[in-house]
Design a protein around this ligand. Structure first.
Ligand SMILES: Nc1nc2c(ncn2[C@@H]2O[C@H](COP(=O)(O)OP(=O)(O)OP(=O)(O)O)[C@@H](O)[C@H]2O)c(=O)[nH]1
Ligand SMILES: [Mg+2]
Length: 440
Protein backbone atom coordinates (compact mmCIF):
# COMPACT_ATOMS: atom_id res chain seq x y z
CA UNK A 1 0.00 0.00 0.00
CA UNK A 2 1.31 3.45 -0.96
CA UNK A 3 4.83 2.09 -1.42
CA UNK A 4 5.68 4.53 -4.15
CA UNK A 5 4.28 7.51 -2.30
CA UNK A 6 6.23 6.61 0.84
CA UNK A 7 9.47 6.21 -1.05
CA UNK A 8 9.13 9.45 -2.96
CA UNK A 9 8.34 11.46 0.14
CA UNK A 10 11.32 10.03 1.88
CA UNK A 11 13.51 11.15 -0.99
CA UNK A 12 12.00 14.63 -0.77
CA UNK A 13 12.96 14.86 2.89
CA UNK A 14 16.51 13.70 2.23
CA UNK A 15 17.30 17.03 0.62
CA UNK A 16 17.06 18.59 4.06
CA UNK A 17 19.46 16.20 5.71
CA UNK A 18 22.48 18.00 7.08
CA UNK A 19 20.82 21.41 6.87
CA UNK A 20 21.05 23.35 10.12
CA UNK A 21 17.79 25.20 9.74
CA UNK A 22 14.84 25.57 7.42
CA UNK A 23 15.05 28.47 5.00
CA UNK A 24 12.89 29.60 2.09
CA UNK A 25 15.55 28.26 -0.23
CA UNK A 26 16.23 24.80 1.09
CA UNK A 27 12.59 24.08 1.80
CA UNK A 28 11.51 25.05 -1.70
CA UNK A 29 13.08 22.03 -3.31
CA UNK A 30 11.61 19.62 -0.79
CA UNK A 31 8.16 21.09 -1.18
CA UNK A 32 8.33 20.98 -4.95
CA UNK A 33 9.15 17.28 -4.70
CA UNK A 34 6.35 16.69 -2.18
CA UNK A 35 3.85 18.39 -4.48
CA UNK A 36 5.02 16.43 -7.50
CA UNK A 37 4.74 13.23 -5.48
CA UNK A 38 1.19 14.00 -4.41
CA UNK A 39 0.08 14.82 -7.95
CA UNK A 40 1.62 11.62 -9.21
CA UNK A 41 -0.24 9.75 -6.49
CA UNK A 42 -3.37 11.08 -8.18
CA UNK A 43 -4.08 13.83 -5.70
CA UNK A 44 -6.00 16.73 -7.21
CA UNK A 45 -3.45 19.44 -8.14
CA UNK A 46 -5.32 22.17 -6.26
CA UNK A 47 -5.38 20.03 -3.14
CA UNK A 48 -1.66 19.36 -3.56
CA UNK A 49 -0.88 23.05 -3.91
CA UNK A 50 -2.87 24.10 -0.86
CA UNK A 51 -1.19 21.29 1.03
CA UNK A 52 2.36 22.35 0.27
CA UNK A 53 1.54 26.02 0.87
CA UNK A 54 0.32 25.19 4.36
CA UNK A 55 3.34 23.01 5.07
CA UNK A 56 5.67 25.77 3.96
CA UNK A 57 3.99 28.37 6.12
CA UNK A 58 4.15 26.13 9.18
CA UNK A 59 7.73 25.04 8.57
CA UNK A 60 9.11 28.53 8.28
CA UNK A 61 7.00 29.80 11.16
CA UNK A 62 8.12 27.07 13.54
CA UNK A 63 11.74 27.28 12.67
CA UNK A 64 12.89 29.56 15.44
CA UNK A 65 11.14 27.96 18.34
CA UNK A 66 11.59 24.34 17.45
CA UNK A 67 14.62 22.36 18.39
CA UNK A 68 13.96 19.56 15.92
CA UNK A 69 16.29 19.12 13.00
CA UNK A 70 14.88 20.48 9.71
CA UNK A 71 14.27 17.03 8.24
CA UNK A 72 12.45 15.82 11.33
CA UNK A 73 10.50 19.02 11.58
CA UNK A 74 9.37 18.69 7.97
CA UNK A 75 8.33 15.08 8.46
CA UNK A 76 6.33 16.03 11.50
CA UNK A 77 4.59 18.92 9.75
CA UNK A 78 3.84 16.82 6.66
CA UNK A 79 2.50 14.06 8.91
CA UNK A 80 0.21 16.46 10.76
CA UNK A 81 -0.99 18.02 7.52
CA UNK A 82 -1.63 14.64 5.88
CA UNK A 83 -3.69 13.73 8.93
CA UNK A 84 -5.65 16.99 8.61
CA UNK A 85 -6.11 16.44 4.88
CA UNK A 86 -7.71 13.06 5.56
CA UNK A 87 -10.08 14.49 8.13
CA UNK A 88 -8.05 14.90 11.33
CA UNK A 89 -9.98 12.96 13.92
CA UNK A 90 -11.39 9.49 13.34
CA UNK A 91 -15.05 9.88 12.33
CA UNK A 92 -17.69 8.22 14.51
CA UNK A 93 -19.79 5.39 13.12
CA UNK A 94 -23.38 5.51 14.28
CA UNK A 95 -24.86 2.12 15.16
CA UNK A 96 -27.36 3.30 17.75
CA UNK A 97 -30.88 1.99 17.80
CA UNK A 98 -32.48 -1.36 17.29
CA UNK A 99 -32.02 -2.26 14.58
CA UNK A 100 -29.26 0.07 13.42
CA UNK A 101 -29.66 0.47 9.66
CA UNK A 102 -26.70 0.73 7.28
CA UNK A 103 -27.15 1.37 3.56
CA UNK A 104 -24.50 0.69 0.91
CA UNK A 105 -24.13 2.69 -2.29
CA UNK A 106 -21.55 2.80 -5.03
CA UNK A 107 -20.64 1.81 -8.57
CA UNK A 108 -20.50 -1.71 -9.94
CA UNK A 109 -17.62 -3.76 -8.64
CA UNK A 110 -16.60 -1.19 -6.03
CA UNK A 111 -16.93 -3.79 -3.29
CA UNK A 112 -20.37 -3.14 -1.78
CA UNK A 113 -21.36 -6.76 -1.36
CA UNK A 114 -17.98 -7.79 0.04
CA UNK A 115 -17.99 -4.87 2.43
CA UNK A 116 -21.54 -5.65 3.58
CA UNK A 117 -20.26 -9.06 4.62
CA UNK A 118 -17.21 -7.60 6.35
CA UNK A 119 -19.30 -5.13 8.30
CA UNK A 120 -21.75 -7.84 9.38
CA UNK A 121 -18.80 -9.93 10.52
CA UNK A 122 -17.32 -7.01 12.42
CA UNK A 123 -20.63 -6.43 14.24
CA UNK A 124 -21.47 -10.10 14.65
CA UNK A 125 -22.39 -9.55 18.30
CA UNK A 126 -25.21 -7.23 17.25
CA UNK A 127 -26.90 -10.11 15.39
CA UNK A 128 -26.92 -8.43 11.99
CA UNK A 129 -29.19 -9.20 9.05
CA UNK A 130 -27.89 -8.81 5.50
CA UNK A 131 -30.38 -7.62 2.88
CA UNK A 132 -30.08 -8.35 -0.84
CA UNK A 133 -31.50 -5.34 -2.68
CA UNK A 134 -29.59 -5.96 -5.91
CA UNK A 135 -32.54 -7.19 -7.96
CA UNK A 136 -30.91 -7.01 -11.38
CA UNK A 137 -28.39 -9.81 -11.19
CA UNK A 138 -29.74 -13.16 -9.99
CA UNK A 139 -26.19 -14.05 -8.96
CA UNK A 140 -26.06 -11.07 -6.60
CA UNK A 141 -28.39 -12.69 -4.07
CA UNK A 142 -26.39 -15.87 -4.31
CA UNK A 143 -23.11 -14.00 -3.70
CA UNK A 144 -24.48 -12.39 -0.55
CA UNK A 145 -25.79 -15.75 0.65
CA UNK A 146 -22.40 -17.37 0.22
CA UNK A 147 -20.79 -14.60 2.30
CA UNK A 148 -23.56 -14.80 4.88
CA UNK A 149 -23.05 -18.52 5.26
CA UNK A 150 -19.32 -18.06 5.63
CA UNK A 151 -19.71 -15.68 8.60
CA UNK A 152 -22.93 -17.17 10.00
CA UNK A 153 -25.21 -14.22 9.22
CA UNK A 154 -28.72 -14.65 7.73
CA UNK A 155 -29.59 -13.02 4.40
CA UNK A 156 -32.98 -11.51 3.64
CA UNK A 157 -34.02 -11.73 0.00
CA UNK A 158 -37.14 -11.78 -2.18
CA UNK A 159 -36.12 -13.35 -5.49
CA UNK A 160 -39.53 -12.69 -7.08
CA UNK A 161 -39.72 -9.03 -6.08
CA UNK A 162 -38.18 -6.44 -8.41
CA UNK A 163 -38.72 -3.50 -6.07
CA UNK A 164 -35.68 -2.84 -3.87
CA UNK A 165 -37.49 -0.21 -1.78
CA UNK A 166 -40.09 -2.77 -0.75
CA UNK A 167 -37.49 -5.44 -0.07
CA UNK A 168 -35.57 -3.10 2.23
CA UNK A 169 -38.74 -2.13 4.09
CA UNK A 170 -39.82 -5.75 4.49
CA UNK A 171 -36.38 -6.70 5.73
CA UNK A 172 -36.46 -4.06 8.43
CA UNK A 173 -39.91 -5.17 9.56
CA UNK A 174 -38.60 -8.72 9.67
CA UNK A 175 -35.56 -7.62 11.68
CA UNK A 176 -37.75 -5.86 14.23
CA UNK A 177 -39.96 -8.92 14.54
CA UNK A 178 -37.07 -11.33 15.01
CA UNK A 179 -34.84 -9.09 17.09
CA UNK A 180 -31.90 -8.49 14.76
CA UNK A 181 -29.79 -5.61 16.08
CA UNK A 182 -28.44 -4.39 12.77
CA UNK A 183 -29.64 -4.35 9.17
CA UNK A 184 -27.10 -4.01 6.38
CA UNK A 185 -28.62 -3.24 3.00
CA UNK A 186 -26.58 -4.19 -0.08
CA UNK A 187 -27.68 -2.49 -3.30
CA UNK A 188 -27.09 -2.74 -7.04
CA UNK A 189 -24.30 -0.82 -8.72
CA UNK A 190 -24.05 0.53 -12.25
CA UNK A 191 -21.10 0.87 -14.55
CA UNK A 192 -21.23 4.64 -14.38
CA UNK A 193 -23.21 7.25 -12.53
CA UNK A 194 -26.69 7.15 -14.05
CA UNK A 195 -29.98 8.79 -13.24
CA UNK A 196 -31.97 5.63 -12.67
CA UNK A 197 -29.50 4.26 -10.14
CA UNK A 198 -29.42 7.55 -8.29
CA UNK A 199 -33.20 7.67 -8.10
CA UNK A 200 -33.33 4.12 -6.87
CA UNK A 201 -30.75 4.47 -4.12
CA UNK A 202 -32.25 7.79 -3.07
CA UNK A 203 -35.69 6.19 -2.84
CA UNK A 204 -34.30 3.39 -0.65
CA UNK A 205 -32.58 5.92 1.59
CA UNK A 206 -35.75 8.01 1.99
CA UNK A 207 -37.84 4.93 2.73
CA UNK A 208 -35.64 3.35 5.40
CA UNK A 209 -33.93 6.37 6.98
CA UNK A 210 -30.58 4.65 7.70
CA UNK A 211 -28.20 5.48 10.57
CA UNK A 212 -25.41 5.51 8.04
CA UNK A 213 -25.48 5.70 4.26
CA UNK A 214 -22.06 4.61 3.06
CA UNK A 215 -20.52 5.30 -0.31
CA UNK A 216 -18.23 2.43 -1.29
CA UNK A 217 -15.43 3.22 -3.71
CA UNK A 218 -12.52 1.32 -5.23
CA UNK A 219 -9.35 3.18 -4.23
CA UNK A 220 -7.55 1.88 -7.33
CA UNK A 221 -9.62 4.21 -9.48
CA UNK A 222 -7.75 7.31 -8.26
CA UNK A 223 -9.16 10.66 -9.40
CA UNK A 224 -12.25 8.90 -10.76
CA UNK A 225 -13.03 7.77 -7.24
CA UNK A 226 -13.12 11.39 -6.15
CA UNK A 227 -15.36 12.42 -9.05
CA UNK A 228 -17.84 9.60 -8.44
CA UNK A 229 -17.88 10.43 -4.75
CA UNK A 230 -18.84 13.97 -5.65
CA UNK A 231 -21.65 12.85 -7.98
CA UNK A 232 -23.08 10.49 -5.36
CA UNK A 233 -22.81 13.02 -2.59
CA UNK A 234 -24.62 15.71 -4.57
CA UNK A 235 -27.62 13.43 -4.95
CA UNK A 236 -27.47 11.19 -1.93
CA UNK A 237 -25.83 13.26 0.79
CA UNK A 238 -24.16 10.16 2.23
CA UNK A 239 -22.61 9.97 5.69
CA UNK A 240 -19.27 8.38 5.04
CA UNK A 241 -16.94 6.77 2.55
CA UNK A 242 -15.62 3.20 2.42
CA UNK A 243 -12.33 2.89 0.55
CA UNK A 244 -11.86 -0.65 -0.73
CA UNK A 245 -8.91 -2.46 -2.29
CA UNK A 246 -6.31 -0.51 -0.38
CA UNK A 247 -4.29 -3.74 -0.40
CA UNK A 248 -3.59 -3.36 -4.11
CA UNK A 249 -0.95 -1.06 -5.53
CA UNK A 250 -3.20 1.95 -5.26
CA UNK A 251 -1.40 5.23 -5.59
CA UNK A 252 -3.24 6.68 -2.64
CA UNK A 253 -4.77 9.73 -4.31
CA UNK A 254 -8.34 8.83 -3.39
CA UNK A 255 -7.55 8.48 0.30
CA UNK A 256 -5.83 11.84 0.22
CA UNK A 257 -8.34 13.93 -1.71
CA UNK A 258 -11.84 12.63 -1.03
CA UNK A 259 -12.23 14.43 2.26
CA UNK A 260 -11.31 17.80 0.80
CA UNK A 261 -13.45 17.43 -2.31
CA UNK A 262 -16.68 16.06 -0.84
CA UNK A 263 -16.22 17.08 2.78
CA UNK A 264 -17.40 13.71 4.05
CA UNK A 265 -15.22 11.48 6.20
CA UNK A 266 -13.74 8.17 5.16
CA UNK A 267 -15.04 5.77 7.80
CA UNK A 268 -13.76 2.34 6.79
CA UNK A 269 -11.15 0.78 4.57
CA UNK A 270 -11.10 -2.66 2.94
CA UNK A 271 -7.73 -4.30 2.56
CA UNK A 272 -8.45 -7.69 1.04
CA UNK A 273 -11.04 -10.20 -0.03
CA UNK A 274 -11.22 -11.95 3.35
CA UNK A 275 -14.10 -11.13 5.66
CA UNK A 276 -11.63 -9.92 8.29
CA UNK A 277 -9.89 -7.43 6.00
CA UNK A 278 -11.65 -4.34 7.31
CA UNK A 279 -10.22 -1.47 9.35
CA UNK A 280 -11.78 1.68 10.77
CA UNK A 281 -10.20 4.61 8.97
CA UNK A 282 -7.90 6.61 11.23
CA UNK A 283 -6.34 9.62 9.48
CA UNK A 284 -3.28 9.68 11.74
CA UNK A 285 -2.68 5.97 11.26
CA UNK A 286 -2.94 6.34 7.51
CA UNK A 287 -0.46 9.23 7.61
CA UNK A 288 1.88 6.98 9.63
CA UNK A 289 1.66 4.35 6.94
CA UNK A 290 2.19 6.79 4.10
CA UNK A 291 5.33 8.06 5.81
CA UNK A 292 6.51 4.53 6.55
CA UNK A 293 6.04 4.93 10.27
CA UNK A 294 3.90 1.83 10.75
CA UNK A 295 0.45 1.85 12.30
CA UNK A 296 0.51 0.11 15.62
CA UNK A 297 -3.02 1.16 16.58
CA UNK A 298 -4.52 -0.63 13.58
CA UNK A 299 -2.44 -3.69 14.34
CA UNK A 300 -3.71 -3.82 17.91
CA UNK A 301 -7.25 -3.31 16.62
CA UNK A 302 -6.88 -6.30 14.28
CA UNK A 303 -5.63 -8.39 17.18
CA UNK A 304 -8.49 -7.37 19.42
CA UNK A 305 -10.94 -8.50 16.77
CA UNK A 306 -9.47 -11.99 16.96
CA UNK A 307 -9.03 -12.39 20.69
CA UNK A 308 -11.82 -12.22 23.18
CA UNK A 309 -10.94 -11.85 26.83
CA UNK A 310 -12.28 -15.22 27.94
CA UNK A 311 -10.19 -17.08 25.40
CA UNK A 312 -7.10 -15.11 26.39
CA UNK A 313 -7.63 -15.92 30.05
CA UNK A 314 -8.16 -19.60 29.26
CA UNK A 315 -4.91 -19.65 27.29
CA UNK A 316 -3.02 -17.93 30.08
CA UNK A 317 -4.16 -20.58 32.53
CA UNK A 318 -2.96 -23.33 30.23
CA UNK A 319 0.41 -21.69 29.81
CA UNK A 320 0.80 -21.27 33.56
CA UNK A 321 0.11 -24.98 34.02
CA UNK A 322 2.51 -25.82 31.21
CA UNK A 323 -0.41 -27.36 29.33
CA UNK A 324 -0.07 -25.32 26.13
CA UNK A 325 -0.30 -27.92 23.37
CA UNK A 326 -0.29 -28.28 19.59
CA UNK A 327 -4.03 -27.63 19.39
CA UNK A 328 -3.47 -24.23 21.00
CA UNK A 329 -0.57 -23.67 18.67
CA UNK A 330 -2.76 -24.43 15.66
CA UNK A 331 -5.51 -22.11 16.83
CA UNK A 332 -2.98 -19.29 17.34
CA UNK A 333 -1.77 -19.74 13.78
CA UNK A 334 -5.31 -19.63 12.45
CA UNK A 335 -5.94 -16.38 14.37
CA UNK A 336 -2.87 -14.75 12.88
CA UNK A 337 -3.92 -15.85 9.42
CA UNK A 338 -7.35 -14.36 9.93
CA UNK A 339 -5.85 -10.98 10.79
CA UNK A 340 -4.85 -10.51 7.17
CA UNK A 341 -1.92 -10.85 4.84
CA UNK A 342 1.31 -11.40 6.74
CA UNK A 343 3.18 -8.76 4.83
CA UNK A 344 0.42 -6.24 5.44
CA UNK A 345 0.48 -6.99 9.15
CA UNK A 346 4.25 -6.78 9.40
CA UNK A 347 4.27 -3.42 7.67
CA UNK A 348 2.01 -2.00 10.38
CA UNK A 349 4.91 -2.37 12.82
CA UNK A 350 6.82 0.93 12.92
CA UNK A 351 10.12 0.65 11.04
CA UNK A 352 9.34 -2.71 9.51
CA UNK A 353 7.48 -1.64 6.38
CA UNK A 354 10.51 -0.31 4.59
CA UNK A 355 12.80 -3.05 5.79
CA UNK A 356 10.65 -5.80 4.29
CA UNK A 357 9.63 -3.96 1.15
CA UNK A 358 11.44 -6.39 -1.14
CA UNK A 359 11.27 -9.42 1.11
CA UNK A 360 8.84 -12.07 0.03
CA UNK A 361 6.65 -12.89 3.01
CA UNK A 362 4.28 -15.47 1.75
CA UNK A 363 0.95 -16.27 3.34
CA UNK A 364 1.94 -19.91 2.97
CA UNK A 365 4.55 -19.47 5.69
CA UNK A 366 2.56 -21.65 8.06
CA UNK A 367 1.66 -24.36 5.58
CA UNK A 368 4.47 -26.77 6.50
CA UNK A 369 3.89 -26.33 10.21
CA UNK A 370 0.16 -26.88 9.84
CA UNK A 371 0.69 -30.00 7.74
CA UNK A 372 2.97 -31.45 10.41
CA UNK A 373 0.52 -30.74 13.21
CA UNK A 374 -2.37 -32.15 11.19
CA UNK A 375 -0.43 -35.38 10.79
CA UNK A 376 -0.25 -35.86 14.55
CA UNK A 377 -2.90 -37.91 16.35
CA UNK A 378 -5.15 -36.03 18.79
CA UNK A 379 -3.26 -37.67 21.64
CA UNK A 380 0.09 -36.54 20.27
CA UNK A 381 -1.12 -32.98 19.90
CA UNK A 382 -2.08 -32.86 23.54
CA UNK A 383 1.00 -34.74 24.75
CA UNK A 384 3.90 -33.70 22.49
CA UNK A 385 6.36 -35.40 24.83
CA UNK A 386 5.30 -38.87 23.55
CA UNK A 387 6.42 -38.08 20.01
CA UNK A 388 9.42 -40.40 19.69
CA UNK A 389 11.55 -41.42 16.70
CA UNK A 390 9.07 -43.75 15.01
CA UNK A 391 6.24 -41.30 15.51
CA UNK A 392 8.38 -38.54 14.04
CA UNK A 393 9.02 -40.63 10.94
CA UNK A 394 5.32 -41.31 10.52
CA UNK A 395 4.46 -37.63 10.95
CA UNK A 396 7.08 -36.57 8.41
CA UNK A 397 5.73 -39.04 5.90
CA UNK A 398 2.11 -38.07 6.57
CA UNK A 399 2.77 -34.39 6.16
CA UNK A 400 5.04 -34.67 3.14
CA UNK A 401 7.88 -33.04 5.07
CA UNK A 402 11.20 -34.38 6.32
CA UNK A 403 12.17 -35.72 9.71
CA UNK A 404 14.46 -32.69 10.11
CA UNK A 405 11.50 -30.34 9.73
CA UNK A 406 9.47 -32.29 12.25
CA UNK A 407 12.41 -32.22 14.66
CA UNK A 408 12.83 -28.51 14.20
CA UNK A 409 9.18 -27.81 14.92
CA UNK A 410 9.20 -30.02 18.02
CA UNK A 411 12.33 -28.32 19.37
CA UNK A 412 10.94 -24.87 18.70
CA UNK A 413 7.64 -25.77 20.27
CA UNK A 414 9.38 -27.13 23.34
CA UNK A 415 11.49 -24.00 23.74
CA UNK A 416 8.52 -21.70 23.25
CA UNK A 417 6.47 -23.62 25.75
CA UNK A 418 9.23 -23.48 28.36
CA UNK A 419 9.81 -19.78 27.84
CA UNK A 420 6.09 -18.99 28.04
CA UNK A 421 5.72 -21.04 31.18
CA UNK A 422 8.65 -19.31 32.81
CA UNK A 423 7.34 -15.87 31.91
CA UNK A 424 3.85 -16.61 33.12
CA UNK A 425 5.25 -17.22 36.59
CA UNK A 426 7.27 -14.02 36.72
CA UNK A 427 6.29 -10.79 38.39
CA UNK A 428 6.30 -7.68 36.18
CA UNK A 429 9.56 -6.64 37.85
CA UNK A 430 11.24 -9.94 37.07
CA UNK A 431 9.99 -9.69 33.51
CA UNK A 432 11.61 -6.28 33.10
CA UNK A 433 14.87 -7.58 34.45
CA UNK A 434 14.80 -10.62 32.18
CA UNK A 435 14.18 -8.36 29.20
CA UNK A 436 17.18 -6.19 30.07
CA UNK A 437 19.47 -9.15 30.53
CA UNK A 438 18.59 -10.44 27.10
CA UNK A 439 19.39 -7.14 25.43
CA UNK A 440 22.89 -6.96 26.90
N1 LIG B 1 -8.20 -7.06 -3.08
C1 LIG B 1 -9.42 -6.68 -2.68
N2 LIG B 1 -10.48 -7.08 -3.38
C2 LIG B 1 -11.70 -6.67 -2.98
C3 LIG B 1 -11.87 -5.83 -1.84
N3 LIG B 1 -13.20 -5.58 -1.71
C4 LIG B 1 -13.82 -6.26 -2.72
N4 LIG B 1 -12.93 -6.91 -3.50
C5 LIG B 1 -13.18 -7.72 -4.71
O1 LIG B 1 -13.73 -6.89 -5.70
C6 LIG B 1 -14.68 -7.58 -6.50
C7 LIG B 1 -16.01 -6.86 -6.51
O2 LIG B 1 -16.55 -6.86 -5.21
P1 LIG B 1 -18.12 -6.87 -4.89
O3 LIG B 1 -18.26 -6.83 -3.43
O4 LIG B 1 -18.80 -7.95 -5.62
O5 LIG B 1 -18.54 -5.47 -5.52
P2 LIG B 1 -19.99 -4.84 -5.66
O6 LIG B 1 -19.87 -3.38 -5.42
O7 LIG B 1 -20.96 -5.57 -4.81
O8 LIG B 1 -20.30 -5.10 -7.19
P3 LIG B 1 -21.76 -5.08 -7.91
O9 LIG B 1 -22.69 -5.86 -7.05
O10 LIG B 1 -21.52 -5.72 -9.25
O11 LIG B 1 -22.16 -3.66 -8.03
C8 LIG B 1 -14.75 -8.97 -5.89
O12 LIG B 1 -13.97 -9.84 -6.64
C9 LIG B 1 -14.21 -8.80 -4.49
O13 LIG B 1 -13.62 -9.99 -4.00
C10 LIG B 1 -10.69 -5.41 -1.12
O14 LIG B 1 -10.73 -4.65 -0.14
N5 LIG B 1 -9.50 -5.87 -1.60
MG1 LIG C 1 -22.76 -6.50 -5.24
Amino acid sequence: MFENLSERLERAFKVLKGEGRITEINVAETLKEVRRTLIEADVNYKVAKTFTDTVKEKAIGQNVINSLKPKELMIKIVHDELTELMGGEQAPFNVEGNPAIILMSGLQGSGKTTFSGKLANRYIKRHPLLVACDVYRPAAIEQLKVLGEQIGVPVYSEPENQNPVEIAQHAIADAKLKGYGMVIVDTAGRLAVDEQMMQEIKAIKDAIDPNETLFVVDSMTGQDAVNTAKAFNDRLDFDGVVLTKLDGDTRGGAALSIRTVVNKPIKWVGTGEKMEAIDPFRPAGMADRILNMGDIVSLVDRMQQQYDEDQARELQKKIAKNKFDFNDFLSQISKIKKMGHLKDLASMIPGVGKAIKDVDISDDAFKGIEAIIHSMTPYEREHPEVINGTRRQRIARGSGTSIQEVNRLLTQFDQTRKAMHKMSNMSPKQLMRAGKKKRR
